[in-house]
Design a protein around this ligand. Structure first.
Ligand code: TYM
Length: 401
């Protein structure tokens, strides 16, 4: 196993003014991130209408509205996953969460809602990694606290409705010391990437803790089925990773390493970011308290946050707004509705009314508030039913069907 020169698209992505890394997301202007530029720079593929037609033909399902609307906009080898499905060959899903706070925000709902749908459509095993070790290294958190937050987050994640018979959730801090096969894969990956390469992909420098520099191998390892002997024995089963595009650097590295370990490259489906309340230039993030609607917020908190912080594309006065209409390309409330209002006809009507000036910002915000309050209420009911016994079931290593 020798280290090899990097492919160009493995390099850390700083496109002119926009910065996209697992720890930092900044767009060029108030219109937000230029996702087409990202596809070019990262070397992934845009999701095409032909790919979606093939998806429908093979699965018999209409594409999720995230796919139809370009919210899940890019992929790596998703066509290969469809071929596996067509041929009746196995694959599994892998996603994760870095527990930096006690609860998820609406942005995190995007990959988890989408992954739940993928699991329903494909009926395959799913592994969910909780990177409590990552948050210990990057945030001001003790190991105990990062691990505690992971267990709280697991309850949130289970509330999305994953199939307990086919889903395995694990925390790095607990799983790594107890699973030799997982740790052996980590060590193998660590030997394939040198510091120079890690620096180019992730932007590490000489002040970075050595724990940070070696962490990417830990996020890479679940992409390989041999890390889960209780699920797959020693079979080399390919995997599909749904995530937002910020996580792609980890998996560019993983895809580069896989052939050298004679393991299949993971396939990916990338989503765009749910923007911060303040505007599309940054993503909704747990680190910025007022940038996020949390899944644990009360109906009143949601109302207050949207009314106070959601950046508006409306005009300064009602008269002007009636005459010229609002700008849906920068309006955060409208943007959120494109993620969470599933009804295409309703969304088109809202767009038309807002752009023509028939609908005012307050009316648009009201629609969003009601939508989010409904989603959060349903989520909280499901979360209330998750007990410690449920968590144990999802984390159990007894063989799953
Ligand atoms: P974390 O906890 O930052 O985010 C969890 C998942 O949510 C996505 N995400 C968002 N999606 C849309 N809009 C947003 N505003 C937004 N913010 C976050 C992330 O891309 C991610 O999919 N290191 C990872 C944990 C991890 C992981 C994985 C994620 C471990 N293995 C495999 C995806 C796939 C992390 O800290 O994610």
């Amino acid at each position: 196993m020798t280290t090899q020169p990097l492919e160009k698209n493995l390099e850390n992505c700083e496109i002119a003014e926009q910065v996209i890394t697992p720890w930092d997301v900044k767009g060029e202007d108030e219109k937000g991130i230029d996702y087409d530029k990202l596809i070019k720079k990262f070397g992934s593929q845009k999701i095409s209408p032909e790919l979606l037609d093939r998806f429908t033909k093979i699965t018999g399902h209409e594409p999720h509205h995230f796919l139809r609307r370009g919210i899940v906009f890019s992929h790596r080898d998703f066509d290969h996953i469809l071929t596996l499905k067509e041929q009746g060959k196995p694959f599994y899903l892998y996603t994760g969460r870095g527990p930096s706070s006690g609860s998820l925000h609406m942005g995190h709902c995007v990959p988890f809602m989408f992954t739940k749908w993928l699991q329903d459509v494909f009926d395959v095993p799913l592994v969910i990694q909780m990177t409590d070790d990552e948050k210990f290294l990057w945030k001001d958190l003790s190991l105990e606290e990062a691990n505690r937050l992971a267990y709280l987050n697991i309850k949130d994640i289970i509330a999305f409705g994953f199939n307990p018979e086919k889903t395995f959730i694990f925390c790095d801090l607990d799983y790594i010391p107890s699973c030799k096969e997982f740790y052996w894969n980590i060590a193998r990956i660590q030997k394939c990437v040198n510091f120079n390469q890690a620096q180019k992909i992730f932007g590490f420098d000489e002040t970075s803790y050595i724990g940070k520099v070696s962490f990417p191998a830990i996020q890479a390892a679940p992409s390989f089925s041999t890390s889960f002997p209780h699920l797959f024995g020693n079979r080399k089963v390919p995997c599909l990773i749904p995530c937002a595009i910020d996580q792609d650097p980890y998996f560019r590295m993983t895809r580069d390493v896989a052939p050298r370990l004679s393991l299949p490259k993971p396939a990916l489906l990338h989503s765009t970011f749910l923007p911060a309340l303040q505007g599309a230039q940054t993503k909704m993030s747990s680190s910025e308290v007022n940038s996020a609607v949390e899944v644990c917020d009360t109906a009143n908190q949601i109302k207050k946050k949207i009314n106070k912080y959601a950046f508006s594309g409306g005009k300064v006065s009602v008269e002007e707004h009636r005459e010229f209409g609002g700008d849906t390309s920068v309006d955060v409330s409208f943007k959120y509705l494109t993620f969470f209002e599933e009804d295409d006809a309703k969304l088109a009507q809202i767009k038309g009314d807002y752009e023509s000036g028939a609908m005012l910002t307050g009316e648009l915000k009201k629609l969003l508030i009601e939508k989010l309050q409904g989603i959060v209420k349903t989520f909280q009911e499901s979360r209330a039913a998750v007990t410690d016994a449920t968590v144990e079931q999802f984390m159990s290593r007894s063989p799953k069907s």
